[in-house]
Design a protein around this ligand. Sequence first.
Ligand SMILES: *[C@@H]1O[C@H](CO)[C@@H](O)[C@H](O)[C@H]1NC(C)=O
Ligand SMILES: *[C@@H]1O[C@H](CO)[C@@H](O)[C@H](O)[C@H]1NC(C)=O
Ligand SMILES: *[C@@H]1O[C@H](CO)[C@@H](O)[C@H](O)[C@H]1NC(C)=O
Length: 504
Amino acid sequence: MLRKRLLWLSQSVLALVLQTIPGTLAGSVPCAATSLVWGPGLEAKVVLPARYFFIQAADTNGRNFTSSPGEKTFEVKISSPTEPFSRIWVQVLDRNDGSFVVRYRMYATYTDLHIQILLQDMDVAGSPYVLKGVVYHEGCDCPEADGEVWAGRMHCPASFPQIDSDLSLFPEVHLQSIATEIPQRFGQRQSLCHYTIKDNKVYIKTHGEHVGFRIFMDAFLLSLTRKVRLPDLEFFVNLGDWPLEKRRPPEKLHPIFSWCGSNDTRDIVMPTYDITESVLETMGRVSLDMLSVQGNSGPVWELKNSSGIWRGRDSRRERLELVKMARANPHMLDAAFTNFFFFTHDESLYGPLVKHMSFFSFFKYKYQINIDGTVAAYRLPYLLAGSSVVLKQASPYYEHFYRQLQPWQHYIPFKADLSDLLDQLHWARNHDDEAQKIASAGQEFARAHLMGDHIFCYYFRLFQEYAKRQVTEPEVREGMEFVEQPKDELFPCYCHHTQAKDEL
Ligand SMILES: *[C@@H]1O[C@H](CO)[C@@H](O)[C@H](O)[C@H]1NC(C)=O
Ligand SMILES: *[C@@H]1O[C@H](CO)[C@@H](O)[C@H](O)[C@H]1NC(C)=O
Ligand SMILES: *[C@@H]1O[C@H](CO)[C@@H](O)[C@H](O)[C@H]1NC(C)=O
């Protein structure tokens, strides 16, 4: 009798414990059926240098995890049934917020790619995902003939506000005249590339001495024309740091594509060479890109150091001010030079040079200081993608996406002369929840607007809109050379683009 009662008692205790488990213990176990999987890397036709998709861990009740369930929670296997030795490099990156980004780079083209996502040997969500048909790799020269079909598959927005604004100054582009006038105006002192795209082939003529940076533009144009057929185009790319067109209407403006824009110039902005190259070289030559940064964004917010952090070189006077300020306020701000190049290095004012700090280590700190260099600081996309909050200097310089950013929503602004930087740091420390919210919104913006597919979309829409304004036929001009697609002899690729329209 006594034993029975004890048994009953223990059973009721057990029942009580079980009732509470869903909210606590059992709730913290990730579940294969309720976890979510989505992203462009699950679509055969979204050809990118590195493809990617996301996994959101959820518990048995379908509640999202908001912190990491463990770096090794999910296993991803990618294979092609027709090719036993597939050369596909896969990485699962823990974003530390309950979600993961999976990226993979294919070195050959495959048929019917199988993507299996496993949680302790159980298939997650709709796994295995089958990418039916031919799945092209980055090196494959197989452009989709219909630009709108391609843009639809890439989920490109119909327009970008910055493109509309930039091109509004150029209702008509007279190619014959810019072909002579732009080199005359800028060709001596600046470094420019004159490109013509004709029948989706790339031709170039360079002007000026320092044209090494053409490799970024060449590589991108070749990559884009492997994916989609571009309209015939003729345009000039400025390889220098500073935008060039200082004239104002009603003076005659010349259309020049630049990597950085400014309030007092009329250049047409493109994504910077930095982000462009990192898109092409993700899982290749570069280690800092918009995907890697998501898997290396440091400790969770609560564990981050509450100082501002900055490292860099002396490419602008305000940077000297920043370092001086940090030396006077070491409890608020850690800013130091890794290199002196433009100004004379006075150690008594600016301290000793410090060792290079890895970019990912910046995210040990809550507050990321973004301050102009020669022009805009091209690190902003990566800073936004991390899990810290960005403090951005007011600046006349901008990149292609700044127009879509809002102060106090995506970043904390501070004045160009840095006079309120310490105040803003104090504000952030005293409004920790709000600062964290801004950090998340900035991160969300980067994830939604600055990934590889968005960069491809931006360039494509820009070229498409510019092409509409050309009032004469683009020509392969005298002195232009043909820019050849790299040969992929190891993994030749055969195009099968035929039923494009039917599939949509
Ligand atoms: C869970 O996360 C996914 C992906 O971020 C999101 O779309 C969804 O709204 C979240 N669900 C809830 C209940 O918050
Ligand atoms: C935070 O970083 C600053 C500057 O790098 C350093 O001096 C300080 O010791 C760090 N604080 C903690 C709690 O680690
Ligand atoms: C540059 O122009 C933008 C948009 O008009 C404006 O918000 C910003 O304050 C300007 N910046 C400077 C430094 O002039």
